[in-house]
Design a protein around this ligand. Sequence first.
Ligand code: NCD
Length: 307
Amino acid sequence: MQELSVRHLLGIKDITPQDIQLIFETADNFKDVLNRPIKKVPSLRDITIANVFFENSTRTRLSFELAEKRLSADTINFSSSGSSVKKGETLLDTVNNILAMKVDMIVMRHSSPGAPHFLSKHIPANIVNAGDGTHEHPTQALLDSFSIRERLGEVAGKRVVIIGDILHSRVALSNIFALQKQGAEVMVCGPITLLPKYIQQLGVKVETDVRKALEWCDVANVLRIQLERQQMKYFPSLREYTLYYGIDKKMLDSLNKEIVLMHPGPINRGVELSSDAADSHHSIILNQVENGVAIRMAVLYLLAQRG
Ligand code: NCD
């Protein structure tokens, strides 16, 4: 049987193109399960998983929890608000106390880049990074590529532009690694202040004109402005951002071709995307959410095989 090359899913940077293919083939099977009347398999019946969230989340937390339940795992949920973290407990103590209750796997979101990597060096459980600050969000990138593969047949050779707040986005970095490992061409587009200084060194194209970016691409993955991570002003106002970088249906219809529109959520409607664009036939935003469950089932299942 094929196995992942890693015991933890900390980032796309650490996994191989073969790992990505294995996750996709496994997710194909789980997607079939999810379309059956009984959407559940006994695969992780003897596994206990803790979802440990130190940062806000809607989609990612619900999607992991549903994936775990569909695999028949036992689950517990922890969120830092209302916990003893507020009483001064360290990350390692919090997680070791959870593990003392005989937990096999930890799904963690944390505001500090590297937090799951740190944990992986100190605890025996498998760890899945559900977003570490501005660093990586590997399952989001996997479900994004899986959704491109589903809509366009393959990821290799496709032109994908990631538009918006690249500087503060973990979705952007994980997507860049994932798309490049599968042979796609990647461009980033946004105001120059929201593009990291050394981004070109990752081998991506850089564009500041959103119309040119849309004319170039097959797929546009549009990101939210991460205001909660911005300590200074990176652009004059949200209104101005929308004027220069907002995408609406009129703009999409004026292109000489069909492009696929994606967004990891949460959308700020009327800022980066107008409602008529987000809800148009170009959009696969809800397919991304649907695929998230199958992808997370595949990741948890394959990591459990590694033990
Ligand atoms: C993203 C995240 O939390 O990184 N959302 C998600 O997981 N679907 C993107 C965001 O918050 O803008």
